[in-house]
Design a binder for this molecule. Sequence first.
Ligand SMILES: [Zn+2]
Ligand SMILES: [Zn+2]
Length: 179
Amino acid sequence: MLAFNVAQLLKEGIGATRHYSLSGSLYDIDEQNAGPVPIEGFLDVVRIPKGLLAQGKAMLTLNAMCRRCLAVYERDVELDIEEEYVATVDVVTGYRIDLTEGEDDEPELLINDHHVVDTREVLRQYAVAALVDAGLCRIDCRGICPICGVDLNSESCNCHTASVDPRLASLAGLLEEMD
Ligand SMILES: [Zn+2]
Ligand SMILES: [Zn+2]
């Protein structure tokens, strides 16, 4: 499950905790990951004054694009989750809680009127963030020849990439380090 009814937890005192197993599928992470993308993990959820604090980890395998050769490869990703969920309805009285806007404009995650925390959108956003630094398909990926464009992992070419102007060579080395 990726959505949980937290009504009981909300009725308990500050500091009460629950352990939830995360298991399910994500969709529409990006073009390479339309889903279903299986995800497994856990959340430890603590009752805090304004709602709940959820902390946990989730594992999934994403199709990532190598930033050196642009090949799509499978990448195991671990997501470190930490989010606050704000209660919108008082679980005891049923009254709507008047949420005043905080100082920061960060949109808050809300526990819905049925006291359900749905983690799917949050997990999807964490997965999107994990893909920003897509990494390399393998640690020694040779990339693409800048002249003829062949994938140097599977082919070689006769381009004279060695004849780089020595003044540019140090720059190339610097770029390589930044990689
Ligand atoms: Zn690569
Ligand atoms: Zn070439």
